[in-house]
Design a binder for this molecule. Structure first.
Ligand code: ZN
Length: 137
């Protein structure tokens, strides 16, 4: 898994989550990568900045932001496997090459998120308010 901070020509920035650097290049090269805010495919990536955190982020303020979140959510649902509470273990196995590289989503506690971060396992926190349909509680 790799996480990229991506920005478009309009200056919107967002995060993309890919199985591998190659997977990102394929998406971008095929023009499938779009800004979730304005829809342009004129985007570029910045150095990978993987992180996990459970702190709250500012709520989306505008309709455009909310639409962007919807598109991001659709993307996540279509491109990741829900591993629920197994997330920390599966993320580690993928990170250490013990499992096939792929996008996953799931839940972590604050302590687990900190541990993954310390180990350098790339992951990404879903913005508060983005409810994934098959979320495990
Ligand atoms: Zn944009």
């Amino acid at each position: 898994m790799v996480v990229y901070r991506i920005s478009c020509d309009e200056g919107h920035s967002f995060e993309g989550w890919y199985a591998s650097a190659e997977a990102f290049e394929r998406e971008a090269g095929a023009g499938h990568l779009e800004c979730p805010v304005c829809g342009t495919s004129s985007v570029r990536k910045h150095p990978a900045a993987p992180y996990v955190h459970t702190a709250s982020a500012p709520a989306p303020a505008t309709d455009a932001d909310r639409q962007g979140l919807e598109r991001l959510k659709t993307y996540i649902l279509a491109n990741t496997e829900n591993v629920g509470r197994e997330f920390p273990e599966v993320a580690r196995r993928i990170h250490y090459g013990e499992e096939k590289s792929r996008g996953i989503r799931g839940q972590v506690t604050r302590a687990e998120a900190e541990a993954l971060k310390e180990e350098g396992v790339p992951a990404w926190s879903v913005p508060p308010g983005m409810k994934l349909a098959d979320e495990v509680h």
